[in-house]
Design a binder for this molecule. Structure first.
Ligand code: NAD
Ligand code: MG
Length: 396
């Protein structure tokens, strides 16, 4: 029986993780849950999974949560705020912490979990992208495992099992192409938030769905792959694969290529992150290559999607630059979701902010440097987006 704590339990990753726990009650047990502000769903989850400890990030919702679970016996420890989430992350006998929080908000809880000796089932890629220079040494120091739950990185991790040291030559990340993969470049200026949220293959949270539409998600995954597998950026490639059946590939020194395949269903990489190194038999639909049909591939279009190259550049610059790229992206996506900026403003804002950070890039950042870079980049996007607003108003 594996004891698990789940951060971000009410989101897309969170609810799918709980589906797995519900399906395998003999194998997995929930120790702690955290959520942002969805009291109704969190209360249902507490009722069903009976965690020992729970945190709700929005402190204003604590009382409502207390009332919603008042009849439950025994009561879990109830906490609130960012510090509450950190307490849950490091609490008790959980062996693994699933990080389903969205954004750099996952950084401090993830670090707390590592310092408490817990393995990390990593969905929250932003944490590693921003915090790689701090998180990786901690993983080493505390001897914990980081088990990738992002589908591409899970695919690579699966292909790497049993590969001798030095055998890996190149990583090939597949990308679905996002919501606008078939839209001509000159139409991108007009797309709406609702258009961008229609992902062709995956049902996910809003932020990552926008990241998929800009292809920043793939750029972020390049940096994620660098920190997870120690590959140079020159040896991490992207290929567009619209069917999302091949979840990624590795090329070996002798030119042999290994791939991992499956239906696009996040439960599969999540289950492997929880069960590794074991393989659990499931009753999920089995891959049928005839039904899945043609598998096609094409080059990524960097003119249409500048975010990938922004991410490569930030990754190569290293230091605090990936934290700046990530924070600028989070802020720009939030502004786009709030309909304050246009779709094409997202890469423009990120580029401006990363350019400005070049002279200040901290090569070996400590945690405080990363948090400061994150705060600075968000503020910088807000300031620059207002200039953009003035420009738009003056043109109109
Ligand atoms: P989501 O928006 O559906 O869920 C996010 C969860 O985090 C919710 O429970 C929310 O309440 C909580 N949360 C939000 N802000 C918070 C904060 N500031 N502090 C504490 N909790 C907060 O997002 P998601 O799609 O489940 O994605 C979660 C993470 O997993 C992201 O980093 C994403 O990139 C990654 N990921 C998701 C998928 C997917 O299929 N959804 C696939 C690969 C990777
Ligand atoms: Mg992915």
């Amino acid at each position: 029986m594996k004891a698990i704590t789940l951060l971000g339990s009410t989101g897309s990753i969170g609810t799918q993780t709980l589906d797995i726990v519900a399906q395998y009650p003999d194998r997995f047990r929930i120790v702690g849950l955290t959520a942002g502000r969805n009291v109704t769903l969190l209360a249902q989850q507490i009722r069903q999974f009976r965690p020992e400890i729970v945190a709700i990030c929005d402190e204003d919702k604590l009382q409502e949560l207390q009332e919603a679970i008042a009849d439950i016996d025994p009561q879990p420890i109830l906490l609130a705020g960012e510090s509450g989430v950190v307490e849950v992350a490091k609490y008790g006998d959980a062996q693994a912490v699933v990080t389903g929080i969205v954004g750099c908000a996952g950084l401090l809880p993830t670090i707390a979990a590592i310092e408490a000796g817990k393995d990390i089932a990593l969905a929250n890629k932003e944490t590693l992208i921003a915090g790689g220079p701090v998180v990786n040494p901690l993983i080493e120091k505390y001897g914990v495992k980081i088990l990738p739950a992002d589908s591409e990185h899970s695919a690579i991790f699966q292909c790497l099992q049993g590969l001798p040291e030095g055998g890996l030559r190149r990583i090939i990340l597949t990308a679905s192409g996002g919501s606008f993969r078939d839209l001509p470049i000159d139409k991108l200026a007009e797309v709406t938030v609702a258009d961008a949220l229609k992902h062709p293959n995956w049902s996910m949270g809003q932020k990552i769905t926008i990241d998929s539409a800009t292809l920043m998600n793939k750029g972020l995954e390049v940096i994620e792959a660098h920190y997870l597998f120690g590959m140079d950026y020159d040896d991490i490639d992207i290929v567009i694969h619209p069917q999302s059946i091949i979840h990624s590939l590795i090329e070996l020194q002798d030119t042999s290529v290994l791939a991992q395949l499956g239906w696009p269903d996040m439960r599969l990489p999540l289950l492997y992150a929880l069960s590794w190194p074991e393989r659990i038999q499931t009753d999920w639909p089995r891959l049928d290559l005839v039904k899945s049909g043609d598998l096609t591939f094409r080059e990524p279009d960097h003119e249409k999607y500048p975010c990938m190259q922004l991410a490569y550049a930030a990754g190569r610059a290293g230091g605090s630059m990936p934290a700046v790229l990530n924070a600028a992206n989070e802020q720009a996506v939030a502004l786009f979701l709030a309909e304050k900026i246009q779709f094409l403003d997202i890469p423009k804002l990120i580029e401006k902010v990363c350019d400005k950070h070049q002279i200040d890039n901290c090569k070996s950042p400590a945690l405080d440097d990363i948090l400061a870079a994150d705060r600075w980049a968000r503020q910088e996007v807000l300031t620059k987006s207002m200039e953009l607003g003035d420009r738009i108003l003056s043109v109109r």
